[in-house]
Design a protein around this ligand. Sequence first.
Ligand SMILES: [Zn+2]
Length: 254
Amino acid sequence: MKIAKTASLPLDAIRGTFKERQIKMSKIAEEIFNKIIEKPDDLSLARIQEITQDTLTKTAGDGRKINIQIKDYLSQGACEGKEEFVENDGIIEGFKIHVPTEKGAIKPSHLSVFMHELVHALYQLTNPKALALEGSANITTRQCNRAKSFYENSLYSCEMFEWFNPISTKIKQEIALRGIDTKEKIKILQDCKHSLISEFLAYWEGEKFSCRGVQHGIESIRTPDYDCIMFEDKIEYLEKEIAKLIKKVRKGKE
Ligand SMILES: [Zn+2]
């Protein structure tokens, strides 16, 4: 998908290696958190919105206004948030973060949830190539659903994953992506990889800010235990699979 200026940072701001972009992302999150925590009693959506937007616009530094909206999370009984990109006619124009609120303010117990969702948006902002992958695979709706369920049930889950006894994830990948052209398969797996990395970083940062919040009298809900997801192993697995498929395409076997 194409990305509008309002949903991206200038190349100068994000140039560098993947690791450097990650550090950049972490710094922006830190900057936003520090400004929020200056007034721990005022977590109003309007204030958080202004801080987030101003920080990002300042980071862009070329006058563009980054489109990021902080909204209430309407799902009943929700204890978590949600982040999504805003799309119009195949162009990504901005981001929306949904987080549980109370009287127009983020619930203090959910400030770390906001930070988690913010990291997802920052990941997309600092990795436009990953964002552009969204919906780029030329596959049928049915194939898309199979790929989605593979991600949700085998990757972003606590399902057992073993390198030397690949009973689950690997076999499920082969079943779920069966019949899909190799080039499209590469895009799907790359998209899965970025989603997992983004999730891993969001948990990591969310936990960090949850601890920092406590120092300012903000007690957060507990971060769920995510060790069982085995993020790093699964990311490594996907990288190897993608490399294998790219090699196959280059050899012209497909
Ligand atoms: Zn997440």
